[in-house]
Design a protein around this ligand. Sequence first.
Ligand code: FE2
Length: 375
Amino acid sequence: MQLHTAMTPEASTVEPLPIRRIHHIELYVGNAKQASYFYRRAFGFELIGFAGPESGVRETASYVLRQNKVTLVVTAPVFSDHPITEWLVKHGDGVRDIAFEVDDAEFCYRKALERGARGVYEPRVLEDEHGKVTIAAIATYGDVIHSFVERDAYAGPFLPPYKPTPPDPIARPVGFRHIDHVVGNVGWNQMAEHVAFYNRVFGFQRFVSFDDKDISTEYSALRSTVVANENKWIKFPINEPAEGKRRSQIEEFVLYNNGPGVQHIALECENIIETVRLLRANGVELLSTPSTYYDMLEHRVGTIDEDLAALRELNILVDRDDKGYMLQIFTKPVQDRPTLFYELIQRKGAESFGKGNFKALFEAIEREQALRGNL
Ligand code: FE2
């Protein structure tokens, strides 16, 4: 059994880069027209902008989708020899860019390179009738990048050259509020170097939570370290495979994704019970939970505000730490490759990420096995 403490990085001494928040997440997909319909109809995102052949952008089509403070962009190439086509052949649909809104894109880009980051593109100025934006990008794990978006001189709804779209007739918000965390999966023994990267380049610190103390590798076959920015609004768990009772789900991801990549995006909800009801009605596929999980729930997490019957009905998970509790549920992968999925999360004080659920779910599955006489 391996403990997390062996992986503790050195405390960062670098000045944090002045990053404000996650501005948007861009996904590369094979068919952006259809992907945008999925995010609108199933997840309730509102289509607010478009850039593509019909608006003078010749080589790609992109749709901007928004729900409260969550902005996603889905982009597809329209030519076979476009670099995005190559990216898609390699990875399938998935996250390309976790873009940061920053005070000064040029400064962040130069500083990041000075600190050893690899540049993807130099600072460039984009302009339209709403003003101007400066944008640059650096590489992170796999073929994922971080753009730096400086947009104080811009009044449009998204970025140039996106054109606003008419009011969305089909989007019905489901209660997503903001991005809680974004998880990266990397290969065997690669976690420490990526944690060190966020430490050294961005000044992100290890986010110590309840999960750290939980020896969960036996059940989950993964190791995870969370890095966060100063105000903890940006939280990136980094996972690597570990030897466990079963084949590591992280190893499976890296196989199908053809390298490291974003495993899941966690969206914070105002009322997860309502959100999950809406998502189920929209046909979103969510992971199921053995009924035996709920037999032990009160014993495990104590008193909670929510109706246990509703949680059982909807398969919502609960975990507690020393600061409070949280509710969570995971979707199935949102494309045919078993790669990117989403988490819905509602925090009631807890700052952790639900590690206790690995063990609880594992034990619940074993109780079902025992009921069948197979244990
Ligand atoms: Fe998560």
